[in-house]
Design a protein around this ligand. Structure first.
Ligand SMILES: Nc1ncnc2c1ncn2[C@@H]1O[C@H](COP(=O)(O)OP(=O)(O)O)[C@@H](O)[C@H]1O
Ligand SMILES: [Mg+2]
Length: 315
């Protein structure tokens, strides 16, 4: 059984002039202990689907099941438990930390929600110190305010906060995108070793191929609110089949020069998912099949699925 099941999720937002379909019929499952990477360019709906998946926002349609329980029918008590069963690491470490709290106080906060009361105070402090040491922050750094920590140290506090309650799932939304390139590898290594040692399940979001490649067992490629390709990370990154995935990876892989993408203006409103490929307007292989009814999802290798009507068409 999967730890997390996301089924047929849709989310629209009202924007000044109309409606944005941020998430358009997305489904995926994460088995316990797996790292699922979600990749796609900015605005593809990654953060929205992730927020829905961890219960920060309700979907317009679709269901989310965590550990066998449907989020939409959870009781207040189950919701509180959910909050400590899922850790979240955000992109902006400084913005996500309270400037008036020391590193130790920040990491204590989720424990106070999980284990309130004076009697547990001593245990909370030792658990918080242990989590901070685990992410490489020794006793003197634990007493510092965020303003006196580097960007990398701030993100280490963010990671300690996310793991201190011993969650089962950790959502990492662009965990290294705001950091200096020179320290990204260290933070990714840290995240990888924590995941392996604790047997944690990760949902990792990034627009960066290297980040996804570093940690993910499986990858989901999103484009304009839809999943266009998914599968084992090596398969998808080494042999991408969807023209969008190929374009996304083209800076890194030798590609057919004909795969040059014309960049066309995109209409804000689109029909609900499935009847038309979201990449149609930009695809060099677009054909009539791409707008004429449900897009077939083809399994081109075990577990490697591509939502493309043009796979078998002559190039
Ligand atoms: N709270 C919101 N209100 C209105 N529009 C939003 C909101 N959150 C996201 N969007 C829009 O939804 C789309 C997907 O955004 P997002 O999920 O943040 O994408 P990503 O994380 O892949 O960059 C974008 O067009 C974005 O502008
Ligand atoms: Mg985002």
């Amino acid at each position: 059984m999967s730890l997390l099941d996301v089924v047929g999720v849709h989310k629209r937002f009202r924007s000044g002039t109309g409606v944005v379909r941020a998430v358009n019929g997305v489904s995926f499952a994460i088995p316990e202990g797996e790292v699922l990477g979600i990749i796609g360019e900015s605005g593809s709906g990654k953060s929205t689907v992730a927020r829905i998946a961890v219960g920060l926002m309700p979907p317009d349609e679709g269901t989310v099941v965590f550990d066998g329980r449907d989020l939409s029918t959870m009781s207040g008590r189950e919701r509180r438990t959910l909050r400590t069963s899922i850790g979240i690491v955000f992109q902006e470490p400084f913005a996500s930390l309270d400037p008036r709290r020391t590193a130790l106080e920040s990491v204590l906060e989720p424990l106070e929600v999980q284990r309130p009361g004076r009697a547990a105070a001593c245990g909370r402090t030792s658990a918080a110190r242990e989590a901070l040491s685990r992410v490489g922050l020794g006793p003197d750094l634990q007493e510092r305010y965020p303003g006196r920590l580097s960007g990398g140290e701030q993100q280490r506090v963010g990671i300690a906060r996310a793991i201190v309650t011993r969650p089962r799932l950790v959502l990492l939304d662009e965990p290294t995108s705001a950091l200096d390139r020179s320290i990204r590898g260290d933070i990714l290594d840290l995240l990888g070793s924590i995941q392996r040692e604790e047997g944690l399940t990760y949902c990792l979001i990034s627009h960066d191929v290297e980040t996804i490649n570093h940690l993910s067992d499986r990858v989901l490629v999103m484009y304009r609110g839809e999943v266009v390709e998914s599968g084992p990370t090596d398969d998808v990154l080494d042999s991408p089949r969807h023209p969008y995935t190929q374009a996304l990876l083209s800076a890194r892989l030798p590609l057919d020069p004909r795969a040059e993408l014309p960049v066309l203006p995109l209409p804000a409103e689109r029909p609900a998912g499935g009847s038309r490929c979201p990449f149609f307007e930009r695809c060099h292989r677009a054909a009539a099949e791409c707008t004429a009814g449900p897009i077939p999802v083809v399994e081109c290798a075990p577990g490697h699925r591509v939502a493309c009507a043009g796979l078998d068409l002559p190039r």
